[in-house]
Design a protein around this ligand. Sequence first.
Ligand code: SAM
Ligand code: SF4
Length: 480
Amino acid sequence: MKTELLEKQTFIEPDKIFKLLEENRNPSKQQIREIISKSLEIETLTPQEVACLINLKDEDLWHEIFKTALEIKKKVYDNRIVVFAPLYITSYCINNCLYCGFRKTNTVVQRKVLTFDEIKKEVQVLAGDIGHKRVIAVFGEHPKYSNIDYIVKTLQTIYSVKVTTKTGSLASIRRVNVNCAPLSVEELKLLKQAGIGTYQVFQETYHPGMYRKIHPNNTPKSNYEWRLYCMHRALEAGIEDVGIGVLYGLYDWRFEILALVCHARELEEKYGVGPHTVSFPRLEPAINTPFVEKTPYKVKDEELKKIITIIRLAIPYTGMIITARESKEFRDEVFKLGITQTDASSKIGVGSYSQPQQQQQPNLQQFILGDTRTLEELILDLAKMGYITSFCTAGYRCGRTGDKIMNLIKCGKEAVFCKLNAILTFREWIDDFATEEVKKEVEPIIEKELKEVEQKLPKWFPHLVEFYNRIKNGERDIYF
Ligand code: SAM
Ligand code: SF4
């Protein structure tokens, strides 16, 4: 599909993207090896280099690239996977995105918006029973149920909840990320004041023509440019952690990932800071939503694996999120390709954490989840694969955001903080939430990590031991 003549000029230039894909159809081994070396230096790739990776067919080289992806992840974020939970606040929406169960004209969906008391109940389960420390609050777009005052008050409500755990310590949500409609700079400044973690908005598709087809033009979401520039506005408003993504299955993934890299580079060039996270949502079935079955752009597992790997190499500093939209088997595989964050114990029906009878009812949900593992189950599975689960939320609370974190990442220092804070926050979770059985299974992973710090980071080890012992003695929320 070619760009329509009347399209406004933005930093996404579809014709140039198609041309790059065409011109780099047969990358040489030498070119690919140079790209691999550049990624290992934690340098953002050019669109031309990304086009070479997209077009690569040589399976032996792909094998090398998969290994490189994990190497980069270890270099930047060490051996940890950060966990969070989605917290759906409202299913009311005035948009009509063809692929979404929450679209306005989907009359079979039972609409709900949480009251602030209900939000508190959800947080009590998330923080007090399960042990989560970070959530992403998710909103449909609605002038009444998701206006900026409501979003700000939601953040304040979530942060206000303190729950006494069964061991007597105080648990709370320490980082609230937000996924909501694109906002203005003034509104984003209010979110910043309210203590937002990451501001996440997916472009869905970067192709302007396809974007307009699937977002009917009598809805606010039909404005491609307003959405495309929302991270510019967030950075102007002082929110330094921004999260971007494509909804895979709407358009040709080759175009999409090249465009996404252009987005990252544009933010880097203009603001000195690229995306804090990139997410990889793929279309899932949703109630009464035939579009999902009909799309000609379905992305296969093997393709999504390559997409994740290419982004790991192309934007090596970024955090990468895979959600419970995907099956357990698929998630376990892509943890080996550089994913850094995932959700667990997820329930996406509005109000489903505190009202278990509503769990996983299709007419309450935006789409159907692929992996319903509990946090405990995920932690055990990650431990079996040699990963430590992290509940770290230190970054934004001690100013490691934006260009500061970018620099720390590039020189390998962020990986040190990641490692130390993963150990401390995992210790907290074990002591407050793990059953005796789970404790037995996961203690070896924490022992292994402690040994590694002693051997590889001897300067940090005494500080870590001091903090670690304080946590064992009941102190909470201490971090590097
Ligand atoms: N309403 C806000 C918006 O559209 O930006 C944010 C909330 S929406 C609930 C979060 C994301 O879910 C969307 O940006 C879209 O990428 C994704 N989504 C929508 N329908 C989906 C489906 N059927 N399968 C998987 N993900 C979907
Ligand atoms: Fe509304 Fe977002 Fe769903 Fe579109 S994707 S219908 S804006 S909730």
